[in-house]
Write a protein that binds this ligand. Structure first.
Ligand SMILES: *Cc1c(COP(=O)(O)O)cnc(C)c1O
Length: 598
């Protein structure tokens, strides 16, 4: 059991960040290429249908933000000057701002100390003859207790508008949030669980409300006449390109939710025993999606919140303060909501983005425990540096293995040695790399010009500065550099990696590239314990295909490519839907077939 936290990582561990894959990229590229004229709203249509289906509502449409969706819902309900709308004291300003846009007044209700969402048992005292609506906010993914809200709404004829921005996929007694009131608004802003860059959604089961909101959002356009407007409206619309991203995201919505829950469970496992901290809760009969795993520092803890944030930052951990009580902002009169004025002032959001790995959360928790003077033994069961300083780790592993040969890997006809920053200032290295890149130009998707200057930039930015990429020189048995091979996209926790940058420069040693690749595969599967090894290659390269098949690679996927020439650089771009176009080549993904090698 260790009592020291892990050494500092080089990269700040960020609080947010989406889960983006090639599917999102392909859909967005397709929308940009083809999503015009007759197809201008195909992705919007599919995205809207899928989203409504996922939430389980009858009506709704995508918007440019959750803020816009909230504003439209309030307008559609006729809320305006003189009216009051009850909102929680603790939320993002958008909740109250949407009320102010209509001319109505937000009335701030206190929050619960343990769940941090609006305390619906304290609602009634805020109800006046002017009250028209309540906006419960399912903060950080925890649904608000709804029964008192339903009772009051019935009694006083109030409109319930859920601000479900951070709760896509949360459940309350078996129902998704978004179904718990008369209408609800969601957000797909870049830090949320499901993203479209910026974006939102208005849902409701009330068709009339939806029609009215839709009309307002269409600049008050008379649907029966062309370009003829009968009211001043608004325009909070989502573009087809954003909807393309959203469609790919919603196709894996449950996976996104599970990842968020997984991240929280890692925190819970490692911090749950500390009495002075409180973490998010999940009430019985609810599913919290833990959009932001968060903690509140107990009064016994000597740190002030902002001091704690600063200490974490010094340890390369990003965090954010919980929301400031809104009535404390200069635009409002401060309200008497003691819980909201105390708890969030000691609360922070922890790194919770989708890319976060267990190693990273382990690292974060080890440092939190250390700051609080707690034993960190519990956290040290994982390699703390893991993916964080992946390159360092691989290099040190290599160094341990090959200490005597300075990271060199012996292969039957020669050896491999890592390309280092020294090559940037070695003319002969740059010139030979540029020469090989030029000769093989048609065999890889160049992003940098195939000149010496472009090669230098490629080496510096795409290779040396990229944490999960290592390039090796291939030397023949007389030590001459004859080509290069690389490793890319390591994920030590998920146990996969990719062979990359396999360029054969000189001829004359027929099997050497295959031996070089085999040596890297052995390294990946042996010392680095990567289970799956992938590589990607253009389909029009039979020699390379043969080589990879000899290594035991099997095709698992291919995507069509389109040729684009830009400033003399030929690029190949993924396209998924260009039905009238002849496909010249594909990008093939190979995966090592373990049966062959075992
Ligand atoms: C993110 C968020 C919003 C705003 O969403 P936008 O899409 O940025 O307008 C509103 N309310 C809450 C509670 C949020 O977390």
């Amino acid at each position: 059991m260790s009592n020291n936290p892990p050494g500092l990582t080089k990269n700040l561990i960020l609080t947010a960040g989406p889960c983006i894959d090639y599917k999102e990229v392909n859909y967005a590229a397709d929308a940009a290429l083809n999503g015009w004229n007759h197809q201008h709203s195909d992705y919007i249509r599919d995205f809207e249908a899928l989203f409504k289906n996922y939430i389980g509502v009858d009506h709704g449409f995508a918007t440019s933000s959750c803020t816009g969706a909230l504003h439209l819902a309030l307008l559609a309900k006729g809320i305006g000057p003189g009216d009051e709308v009850i909102v929680p004291e603790t939320s993002w300003i958008a909740t109250a701002a949407a009320v102010v846009y209509t001319g109505a007044t937000p009335i701030f209700c206190d929050i619960e100390a343990d769940s941090w969402v609006m305390d619906s048992s304290k609602l009634e005292k805020h109800i006046s003859p002017r009250t028209k609506a309540i906006i419960p906010v399912h903060l950080y993914g925890q649904p608000v207790v709804m029964e008192p809200i339903w009772d009051l709404a019935k009694k006083h004829n109030l409109f319930i508008l859920e601000d479900a921005a951070p709760s896509i996929g949360s459940l309350y007694k078996g129902k998704k949030t978004g179904n718990l009131g008369h209408a609800a608004a969601f957000s797909f802003q870049g830090a949320k669980a499901v993203v479209t860059g910026e974006g939102g959604f208005l849902v409701t089961n009330d068709e009339e409300l939806k029609n009215r909101a839709y009309f307002i959002n269409d600049h008050g356009r008379d649907p029966s006449r062309t370009l003829y407007n009968i009211e001043i409206g608004y325009k909070y619309k989502m573009s087809n390109i954003q909807a393309a991203l959203g469609l790919a995201q919603m196709q894996k919505a449950e996976q996104i939710v599970e990842q968020k829950r997984q991240i929280f469970s890692w925190y819970q496992d490692r911090l749950g025993d500390i009495d002075e901290l409180s973490l998010n809760i999940e009430r019985p009969e609810t599913r919290n999606i833990f959009w932001m795993s968060s903690l509140v520092l107990g009064d016994q803890i000597k740190f002030e919140r902002d001091e704690f944030i600063t200490e974490l930052k010094k340890r390369m951990i990003d965090s954010r303060p919980m929301f400031h009580p809104m009535s404390g902002f200069p635009m409002f009169d401060s309200a008497d909501n003691p819980v909201a004025y105390s708890i969030p002032m000691r609360g922070i959001n922890l790194p919770s983005g989708h890319a976060r790995t267990e190693e990273e959360i382990d690292y974060v928790c080890a440092h939190i425990r250390d700051l609080l003077g707690k034993d960190i033994g519990k956290c040290a069961k994982l390699q703390p540096q893991g993916c964080l300083a992946f390159r360092d780790e691989v290099e040190s592993k290599l160094a341990n293995m090959k200490a005597d040969t300075k990271l060199q890997i012996k292969i039957p006809q020669g050896h491999l040695s890592p390309v280092t920053a020294q090559s940037l200032s070695k003319e002969e290295d740059i010139s030979v790399l540029a020469k090989w890149r030029k000769a093989a130009q048609d065999a890889f998707p160049a992003q940098f010009e195939v000149t010496e200057e472009g090669t230098k930039r490629w080496l510096e930015n795409a290779v040396l500065k990229t944490a999960d990429r290592i390039l090796f020189w291939v030397h023949n048995d007389t030590g001459v550099k004859i080509g290069h091979v690389g490793l890319f996209r390591f994920d030590l926790s998920q146990k996969f990696c990719e062979l990359d940058n396999i360029v054969r420069g000189e001829t004359g040693s027929p099997w050497i590239m295959q031996e070089a690749c085999q040596a890297l595969i052995d390294l990946c599967q042996g010392e680095l314990k990567q289970e799956d090894v992938y590589l990607r290659v253009f389909s029009n390269n039979p020699k390379a295909l043969k080589l990879y098949e000899n290594l035991g690679m099997k095709e698992i996927q291919r995507s069509p490519l389109r040729k684009i020439e830009e400033n003399g650089v030929i690029k190949w771009v993924d396209v998924i839907k260009a039905p009238y176009e002849e496909i010249e080549r594909y990008f093939i993904t190979y995966k090592l077939d373990r049966d062959v090698t075992e």
